[in-house]
Write a protein that binds this ligand. Sequence first.
Ligand SMILES: *Cc1c(COP(=O)(O)O)cnc(C)c1O
Length: 475
Amino acid sequence: MQLITEKGREGRGLSLLPPCDVERAEPAQADCRKIPLGMPSVSETEISRHYSALARRTHGVNDGFYPLGSCTMKYNPKIDEEAAALSGFTQIHPLQPAETAQGCMEVLYLAEKYLCEITGMSAMTFQPAAGAHGEFTGLLLIKAWHHSRGDMKRTKIIVPDSAHGTNPASAAMAGLTVVNVPSAPDGSVDLEALREAVGEDTAGLMLTNPNTVGMFDENILEITKIVHEAGGLNYYDGANLNAIMGIARPGDMGFDVVHLNLHKTFATPHGGGGPGSGPVGCSEALAPFLPGARVQKKEDGSYGWTGAEQTIGSVKAFYGNFLVVVRALTYILTLGREGIVEAARNAVLNANYLRTKLADTYPMAYDGLCMHEFVVSLQSWKEKYGVTALDVAKALLDHGIHPPTMYFPLIVHEALMFEPTETESRETLDEAAAALLEIARLAQTDPEALHASPRTTPIGRPDEVTAARHPVVRG
Ligand SMILES: *Cc1c(COP(=O)(O)O)cnc(C)c1O
């Protein structure tokens, strides 16, 4: 395929507009570009065809089942897009006087209130632009809290080996040293290893529950207690809250800080590179350190800005990605208290439905009921049939299904992680199970057929490392 810049010819473009009848103003030479802009000269038809052709070569949620685990984009109702497009939300300036921005401030106020209720936190900032940015911010809050008490020796953060890769990376960026604790064979935190890891230098623990293998850690109260008793704080990675929202709250599990990914669980589409939002909620004790301006409801019912006294400073300009918050609030208001709970229950039900349909054929990494996702380990297939997780993922493409997350978490060999999400119908799950069972039959009878897949996509099997490191973006 040609690039858009290679298409078209000099002078071609939109010819609907009459020639300009205003005298041309030449900018000063010093302000001019030295290198030509390189804009494509294409007609309207050419440009629409180009982007339609690109869209046909990709697979999105509008094309079929998309069971990517852990980092899944969940439900993005169209009504949330409409709310975020309202001119009252888009035609506004962050430096506008507060009395002219009351509606937008109410959005931030209500979103904070509802998300604090859902997470069991006391206060929240919407500044962080994504999940990892939220982790970084939350860890700075933990650090600031220890420092405010004159406790400077707490420099270590405990991260289980099943954690999302951003956890240790954010901890390092926040200037903390990562201490890894291994998981027990059932995927939960190894309590003995945790007891050994904590001490006077423990700043805190970073955890997600349900964990990254989709299991609810039943020792969670014990885990957060061990850390608190050692003087540390507990950080909850709430990037994928959809299994527990409205049902269980990180605050009640003993967590002091939580980040959410509004661009996963609360309605903003993700995958296209942004914008996202990773708000950070915290307990009363950490609220004085929150970054940025927050909305306060005054006695007369109007809204004003307030800042935390011992703030860690801003982590982003103004109020974060505001329109993502508009979508999240719309989502929460349209679902309501019952709808949020139902979404969570369906996420868990769908994952267990698919897991049960596959469990006799696909080796599950962990036994028992899962939460919103489950992990399969194809190590034994690799040894027996020479069929890998990558082969199964590629074969799914020929069935019109996006592959699940592959080779994550790292503690599971030949991992495939499925997260169907709450919005898929029983028929879609049945079709996916049928496709996966057909692929399993091929793995046992004709593994070569799987090595040759995918056969129906524009690109078959790129060299994944080279494709990532040295992308050639023309086909
Ligand atoms: C996606 C994800 C993150 C990181 O979020 P970004 O918005 O991509 O920075 C962190 N933790 C978990 C568990 C995630 O799934």
